[in-house]
Design a protein around this ligand. Structure first.
Ligand code: ATP
Length: 580
């Protein structure tokens, strides 16, 4: 274990605490801190007045000594009498004002806790949506479920624990100052006992911190794996190979259970052990004060009260630090996910508006995912209205070529130019609004057919949606669904056949009337008749609307209608076959 990790608050913890507090506007943080400080001052004021009150109640006010005398003199100077009722009123007022200020502070904390969770969720969703394509390929999506749900909530609770810890620490400080007014020896004893308590219970705090982190890490991994498994459960069930995963999850759950048990135990032990530590010192102190020093009983009671207050408040601050560690892992995790997604933001700086009146061209384009060249010096001109069939063996780089055209990757050398303007200088958002895209591995949303086509965009009327569904050759089967276009297609479109899903995905790609249609094996799951219908519709669009089409395919129906067949092998384009 690193030395840093053995500290109750390491440098890393402080850095993360600063980031957590930084989520909330400074104004609100100051309001919380201000109310807590005021509450402590009011309480300190009331507590300090207890000293002369006890003196006055027990003896003749004129004979009060030391701090009691000074406080009585100070009250006299501001016109308050030494009447016990006045002193009692000050003590009660101090307590009431403290309660009021704490209520105001708690209200602010309530807002802030909700804001922390909400702001983290908003940030995470915002940065996820705008990340580069390569980010999603690396990212276990299930891990983000845990960031959005439990980790964001825990972050809010961590903020709550941080403010409670601050509040307890400030109160302990005020009590200590009152103790200092009464007797420096008392203050020293209080510091000593608190120090012993913190040092002896530190091990529990560190153990809780580590167990909380273990739980968080395991939960994140578990959710990531579970999401993966559920997405791919069908073949596993078909081959009865799901049992192995169940065992893996059980192992993870057992580790989490152990970490959770240790964390809860450490938390309770911390609380339980604070009392005997304080009790032992208190009994010893009482004995010395009463027997050895022969101090008056009233004074001893007052000093004991102060001592208990200081040490138990330090103990509560330590418990809140415990809570901060339990929940802080949640914040660190979701904050880390946000930073990672932010670092992967797509560069969508405003550029030139694309025209796409003549062509898009690959000029000596080279690109590799790693050291290996996936695309190796490709030159390809796609004129407006062309229907290109892109063929080639598996792994040749066809999808990568399409991803380059979409601006998902940037060429390592060479250029992709649209009407002579490099894609790097073009506004990518505008370029992509010109594109209709059906990927190889398509997923529909758990929504209606209409919702999947329009993606909830209110610009598309029912007529637009129907038109696109017809163009995709899907109208017949959609009409036969129980609720037509309003039928819900199930999780990832599971209630439809593979071919039906492909046609809905094609309708989605056509509904916004794209200028460039990219189909990556988009009709692979269709029967020859359905495919022929779609191929004919798309070929008609290429002529009537001057729609440019790139179809990654091996299917003869496409090869027959293509104006050109381009073959890619090992990242290189072979000579193209031009149809008349
Ligand atoms: N994100 C990635 N990271 C690393 N390598 C990748 C990545 N995506 C693709 N590759 C590699 O690039 C090569 C080309 O992949 P690509 O998907 O472009 O081929 P393809 O021609 O579309 O194949 P298929 O017809 O099987 O879909 C493959 O060797 C693949 O392993």
């Amino acid at each position: 274990m690193k030395k840093e990790d053995r500290r109750p608050l390491s440098r890393e913890d402080l850095k993360s605490l600063r980031a957590l507090v930084g989520i909330i506007p400074l104004r609100r943080n100051l309001a919380v801190a201000g109310c807590v400080v005021l509450a402590s001052i009011f309480e300190g004021f009331g507590l300090a007045t207890l000293l002369p009150l006890i003196a006055v109640l027990g003896e003749d006010p004129s004979s009060a000594s030391g701090i009691s005398r000074s406080i009585l003199d100070a009250l006299g100077r501001i016109g308050l009498s030494h009447d016990p009722r006045v002193l009692l009123a000050i003590v009660v007022a101090g307590m009431l004002l403290k309660a009021v200020m704490m209520l105001v502070a708690l209200r602010q904390v309530g807002h802030a806790v909700a804001d922390v969770a909400n702001s983290l969720r908003t940030d995470l969703i915002g940065s996820l949506i705008h990340a580069r394509w390569s980010y999603y390929v690396r990212q276990p999506i299930g891990r983000l479920n845990s960031a959005l749900s439990s980790e964001a909530t825990k972050a809010g609770e961590a903020y709550n624990a941080a403010t409670q810890m601050l509040s307890q620490a400030l109160q302990a400080l005020v009590y200590l100052m009152v103790a200092l007014l009464a007797s420096w020896k008392l203050a020293l004893v209080a510091i000593l006992i608190s120090g012993v308590m913190i040092a002896s219970l530190n091990r529990l705090l560190v153990s809780a911190k580590q167990n909380a982190r273990t739980q968080m890490r395991m939960l994140r991994g578990l959710l990531a794996r579970l999401t993966d498994v559920l997405i791919g459960i069908k073949p596993m069930k078909a081959m009865s190979r799901q049992a192995r995963f169940s065992l893996l999850f059980q192992r993870d759950l057992a580790v989490m259970k152990k970490a959770s048990r240790r964390q809860v135990f450490a938390k309770h032990l911390n609380k339980v052990l604070q009392e005997p530590i304080l009790g032992i010192f208190l009994v010893a102190g009482l004995y010395v004060a009463l027997k050895t020093l022969q101090m008056p009983i009233g004074e001893v009671i007052m000093l004991s009260l102060l001592l208990v207050k200081i040490v138990s408040t330090v103990g509560k601050a330590q418990q809140e630090l415990h809570n901060l560690h339990s929940h802080g892992g949640g914040f660190e995790s979701v904050h880390g996910a946000i930073l990672e997604a932010r670092a992967a933001q797509e560069d969508l700086r405003a550029g030139k508006a694309p025209t796409f009146a003549q062509s898009v061209e690959f000029r000596d384009v080279v690109f590799g995912h790693a050291a290996h060249r996936t695309i190796d010096g490709v030159n390809l001109r796609i004129g407006v209205g062309d229907l290109i069939a892109l063929t080639g063996p598996s792994g040749a780089g066809k999808t990568t070529l399409i991803d380059l055209l979409l601006g998902f990757h940037r060429p390592q050398s060479g250029d992709i130019v649209v009407d002579g303007v490099p894609l790097g200088e073009i506004d990518l958002s505008q370029w992509r609004t010109m594109i209709g895209y059906v990927p190889q591995e398509l997923n529909l949303f758990h929504d209606t057919v209409a919702g999947n086509v329009s993606l909830g965009d209110p610009r598309f009327s029912d007529a637009d949606i129907e038109h696109a569904i017809r163009q995709a050759g899907a109208w017949d089967f959609v009409q036969r669904l129980p609720e037509g276009v309003q039928t819900v297609v199930g999780e990832r479109g599971g209630a439809l056949s593979g071919g039906q899903r492909q046609r809905i995905a094609l309708a989605r790609a056509l509904v916004h009337r794209p200028r460039l249609l990219i189909l990556d094996e988009a009709t692979s799951a269709l029967d020859p008749e359905s495919e022929a219908l779609i191929v004919r519709n798309v070929a008609d669009l290429a002529v009537s609307e001057r729609l440019t089409v790139i179809s990654v395919t091996h299917h003869p129906a496409w090869l027959a209608v293509a104006s050109r067949v381009e073959r890619l092998e090992k990242g290189r384009l072979l000579a193209s076959i031009r149809h008349s």
